[in-house]
Design a protein around this ligand. Structure first.
Ligand SMILES: Cc1cc2nc3c(=O)[nH]c(=O)nc-3n(C[C@H](O)[C@H](O)[C@H](O)COP(=O)(O)OP(=O)(O)OC[C@H]3O[C@@H](n4cnc5c(N)ncnc54)[C@H](O)[C@@H]3O)c2cc1C
Length: 553
């Protein structure tokens, strides 16, 4: 059944913009597009409100990674290069989306990432083009400068959790020849230093907190939680509305101007496929009528695969002891409440390092996250001995995977195949990165604090040994992107204005549009996409409306 076939279609509730997904990008869109009181905006979110207390306490990230009440609980298909095991793939399903459950690390990526996007034919997306949107989004506690903004909705702060092991890791990296870096989002990314986090005061600054909450007071913005978008409604090639399910009932709404998909790198391609936009053969195999045969929808999936090194620590209290001792937990609670410091202020990692694994590279190809603690598996208990870990993350994976619907039922998760390490280069880079990490643990500065390599263990030396370790222990860094790739050519899904190719009235604006994943964590770049997307959407609306109803945000 297509939109317009039913007699009562004219009576549907109408909005100028209908946005799917209140995540990192969706909350930005909702805020910017509803800034003009004359513009009616509907924001649909499959999850509920962000009431869970642990969302807002930075270290609560660790408790919530796999919390089914606020997450989608996705899992990958068997991973060929990782011994056929499946991997849990958490995504936020709550106001704020994945920005409400992420590790809070604020990294934008490298200027070269965005320059490459532009070179692929996406004019307007070079580093110089996107820097103003990073700055517009940001409220940097160190103040404004050429790279940073100070008046934006997204609070970025220094981490208040000092530890002797943090200093030792930075000193070890310097001893090994890397520079100190006090700002990974400034003049250069290379080197070791403290990471900044998306925290306001003592609380997480998700996009629900930074962008959505202030906009929710506006009468022209309607936010529907626990509303699962089922499909986009088309009139020919024009998107004209949306069908969603809430409280057990189906609802339809009209979009006067545009339907905007911000469901993230897994759900946006899924929703397009369910709506008849995607690889024709796949859609037909589920009896879905093809609106547009776009073979790239769900293709080009990328993620940052990672592998850790764990070392037993000496002369230092690590987070492992904090996690097991009642009085240390109490002390962490008091430090948090009264001094805004300590273990509870910590996100995924306090210390970062970016390196080049070989000569001739223009910019770093491996990122590390160092933690004065270690866990058995993500989301599981900390080790029952004092330890620290460095997570090694190749920045620019060459392997490509896919997302495909499993069923025409929107409630059934799609199949997810990231194809980790399918490209030989990815294996080489990861092994080279792990060897560099071991070198840093072996520096004088680090040897003062660590005794023994626990994972993989000093006996691991050959490429085969490292690959075996990777096979058993590699994990996701939670950065899926690029499944609705922006660009030109057959596999491109959106153009450089984020419009879905061959269709009218529909755009995608979230992590799925990145032509290639950025060299670093993905939240900041996704928020930038929301900012730039909103500006383009408003500009198009103004151009199409002679009465100048759509004003600047
Ligand atoms: C555990 C974890 C840790 C991470 N750590 C970091 C970090 O430290 N730093 C960093 O920079 N990045 C980190 N990331 C990655 C970063 O958070 C994501 O790249 C970013 O949030 C993606 O934003 P998005 O807007 O594309 O999608 P999301 O933020 O996931 O938003 C999508 C939203 O759409 C909703 N939705 C989806 N489908 C539908 C539908 N059909 N109907 C209605 N609503 C729908 C979802 O429920 C969700 O709220 C982490 C991610 C995770 C999961």
């Amino acid at each position: 059944m297509r939109f317009g076939e039913e007699a009562d279609m004219e009576t549907l509730e109408e909005f100028d913009f209908v946005i799917v997904g209140a995540g990192s990008a969706g909350c930005v869109l909702a805020n910017r597009l509803s800034a003009d009181p004359a513009t009616r905006v509907l924001l649909l979110e499959a999850g509920g409100e962000d009431k869970n207390l642990w969302i807002h306490i930075p270290a609560g990230f660790y408790r919530n990674i796999f919390n089914p009440a606020i997450g989608w609980g996705f899992e990958t298909e068997p991973l060929p290069a990782l011994g056929g095991r499946r991997m849990p793939w958490p995504r936020g399903k709550v106001l704020g989306g994945s920005s409400a459950i992420n590790g809070l690390i604020y990294i934008r990526g490298q200027p070269q990432d965005f320059d490459m996007w532009a070179q692929l034919g996406n004019s307007g997306w070079s580093y110089d083009d996107v820097l103003p949107y990073f700055r517009r989004a940001e409220n940097q506690e160190r103040g404004e400068d050429e790279y940073h903004g100070a008046g934006g909705p997204l609070c970025v702060s220094d981490l208040r959790a000092r530890h002797e092991l943090h200093d030792a890791f930075i000193a070890g990296a310097i001893e090994d020849g890397y520079p100190f870096n006090g700002d990974f989002n400034g003049a250069a990314q290379e080197g070791a230093g403290p990471l900044q986090v998306t925290v306001r005061g003592m609380r997480r600054c998700s996009t629900a907190v930074g962008y959505l909450r202030p906009a929710m007071k506006r009468p022209n913005l309607k936010v529907e939680t626990r509303a699962l978008a089922h499909r986009v409604l088309f009139d020919g090639k024009r998107a004209v509305g949306l069908e969603y399910r809430k409280d057990g009932a189906s609802h339809r709404v009209r979009a006067r101007a545009e339907v905007l998909l911000a469901g993230g790198a897994i759900n946006s391609p899924q929703l397009l496929q369910l709506s008849g936009v995607g690889p024709a053969a796949l859609l037909k195999s589920f009896g879905i009528a093809v609106v547009a045969d776009l073979p790239g929808v769900g293709e080009n999936l990328q993620d940052h695969v990672n592998t850790r090194l764990v070392y037993r620590a000496r002369h230092a209290n690590t987070l492992n002891e904090v996690s097991r001792s009642l009085w240390r937990k109490a002390w962490a609670g008091l430090s948090y409440m009264f001094a805004r410091r300590g273990a509870l202020m910590m996100g995924a990692a306090p210390i970062g390092l970016f390196v080049r694994t070989r000569e001739g590279l223009e910019s770093p190809d491996v990122q590390y996250q160092f933690l004065a603690g270690s866990f058995v598996k993500p989301g599981e208990a900390m080790h029952d001995f004092p330890a620290c870990q460095a997570t090694c993350i190749p920045c620019r994976p060459q392997s490509r995977g896919w997302i495909k619907i499993h069923s025409p039922d929107p409630a059934v998760p799609p199949a997810i195949q990231p194809n980790y390490l399918a490209a030989e280069e990815d294996k080489r880079t990861l092994i080279a990165g792990l060897r560099i990490a071991r070198r840093i643990f072996n520096t004088r500065a680090m040897q003062e604090y660590v005794s023994e390599e626990v994972l993989p263990g000093a006996a691991a030396e050959s490429d085969e040994d490292w690959l075996d370790h990777i096979k058993k222990n590699a994990g996701t860094t939670y950065h899926p992107t690029s499944t609705c790739m922006m660009g030109r050519g057959e596999k491109a899904v959106v153009d450089s204005a984020l419009r879905v190719r061959g269709l009218l009235g529909i755009r995608v604006a979230d992590a799925s549009i990145m032509p290639a994943v950025v060299s670093g964590n993905t939240n900041a770049a996704t928020i930038m996409i929301g900012e730039k997307g909103a500006e383009m959407i408003l500009a198009a609306a103004r151009a199409a409306t002679p009465a100048a109803r759509f004003k600047t945000a």
